[in-house]
Design a protein around this ligand. Structure first.
Ligand code: SOE
Length: 389
């Protein structure tokens, strides 16, 4: 049966936006209709460079385009709430980057508005799309490692190592009250909850601003600046954390711990999740994402390769190439967007989505954890309950 084509519009074509375009182009039944950016000229230039037919100098203009059915919100964090709210009001399905909003209160408004309007809503927690992440999830769901007892890991990066490194993510009015937790802690928490099937209920956090003053280069919007000391800089007092460690309690009584940091030399996109169950352990490491470590007590440990013939049949189809053919970050991104667009094409209700597809409820949950982590630290590093719906 020929699939009805779906029109996609992208708001914000900075660092991540072009990856949204590339992923939906690989689906085969999605037309990239238009790009919106801060002004007509910028949008036109980006549309030309990315081969997109139409461009708009504002997101409001893009939302008025009837050829667009799904809006991707790839703007900086402070624009997530207004752009997504407007897209929902215009009756468009919406795919938002993480964190869903600057606060859990804003995220809740988005969830409620999308639910009331009946549009499909998703957040790009893209690590869910890795075949071996799904393998770990189904192994745990089927009881293959026993009940999770300890869930731990890290998400470490080094792109903020020097005081000459700068980004809008460090400015609370643009990135939110948190830097490391909001940007990459949100991924870790979503992944831990998704893979274990357990919600984080309590946190105790310790936040640090390792570099309290940074040198901001001139230029209006800076995503990832790496300057040299010879350049012209403005000194900026940094109020958000670049390092954060958290003790965690999960709903089944399992314990957890993780650290996120952006000042850890040598760690590029070092996301690790390990689950120690009653019978065995699993560890997935993003930088070696084609391998899943399975730890045993009474037999040798095993490395399971991303090989569809060795994986659980329920999720083997996410590996698009045979064993030994490495798949990577853009393939996982494509997998999650395929789940979203197939959901839209099939006209499904949100409650019937596949587990891999994250909703605004999942986005809200991550925002609620960020809020609890900030509150725990602010109140003297105390155990803090995470809000529930
Ligand atoms: C920057 O820290 C960043 O690009 C995040 O914003 C992404 O979500 C993460 O996947 C990689 O690092």
């Amino acid at each position: 049966m020929p699939v009805k084509r779906i029109g996609m519009g992208l708001v914000g074509a900075g660092f991540i936006g072009p990856h949204h375009l590339e992923a939906v182009r690989r689906l085969g039944f999605v037309d990239v209709v238009a790009i919106a950016d801060f002004n007509d000229e910028l949008a036109r230039q980006k549309a030309e460079a990315l081969g997109v037919p139409k461009s708009y100098g504002s997101y409001q203009a893009l939302l008025a385009d009837p050829d667009i059915h799904v809006v991707h919100n790839a703007t900086p964090n402070f624009m997530h709430h207004p752009v997504s709210m407007a897209a929902i009001a215009a009756g468009k399905h919406i795919v938002s980057d993480k964190p869903l909003a600057m606060t859990s209160a804003q995220a809740r408004e988005l969830l409620d508005a999308a639910t009331a309007k009946g549009v499909v809503h998703a957040v790009t927690f893209n690590y869910r799309g890795n075949p071996l992440v799904q393998q770990a999830r189904v192994m745990i769901a089927k009881g293959e490692i026993g009940p999770p007892r300890f869930i731990h890991g890290q998400y470490l990066q080094d792109w903020l190592l020097y005081d000459t490194d700068y980004s809008w993510r460090l400015e609370p009015d643009k990135g939110g009250e948190s830097s490391a937790m909001g940007d990459i802690g949100s991924h870790w928490c979503d992944l831990a909850q998704h893979v274990s099937g357990l919600r984080i209920t309590h946190v105790l956090s310790d936040l640090t601003t390792v570099i309290p003053v940074r040198k901001k280069p001139s230029g209006a919007r800076i995503a990832f600046a790496k300057g040299s000391d010879d350049d012209q800089y403005e000194p900026i007092d940094i109020k958000v954390e670049d390092l954060c460690s958290v003790l965690v309690r999960f709903e089944n009584g399992a314990k957890g711990a993780f650290t996120v940091g952006q000042i850890c030399a040598g760690h590029k996109n070092d996301l690790v999740l390990e689950v120690n169950g009653g019978a065995a352990s699993l560890r997935w490491h993003q930088e070696q994402q084609n391998e899943l470590w399975i730890g045993h007590r009474s037999q040798g440990n095993v490395i399971l390769q991303k090989d569809p013939s060795l994986m659980d049949p329920e999720v083997a189809g996410l590996a698009k190439l045979p064993g030994g053919h490495q798949e990577a970050w853009p393939d996982a991104f494509r997998n999650i967007l395929r789940a979203v667009y197939e959901h839209i094409a099939e006209g499904k209700a949100m409650k019937d989505r596949v587990p891999m597809m994250s909703s605004f409820e999942d986005g809200w949950r991550a925002n609620a954890i960020i809020d609890a982590v900030l509150a725990s630290h602010r109140n003297g590093n105390v155990w803090t309950e995470v809000a529930s719906l």
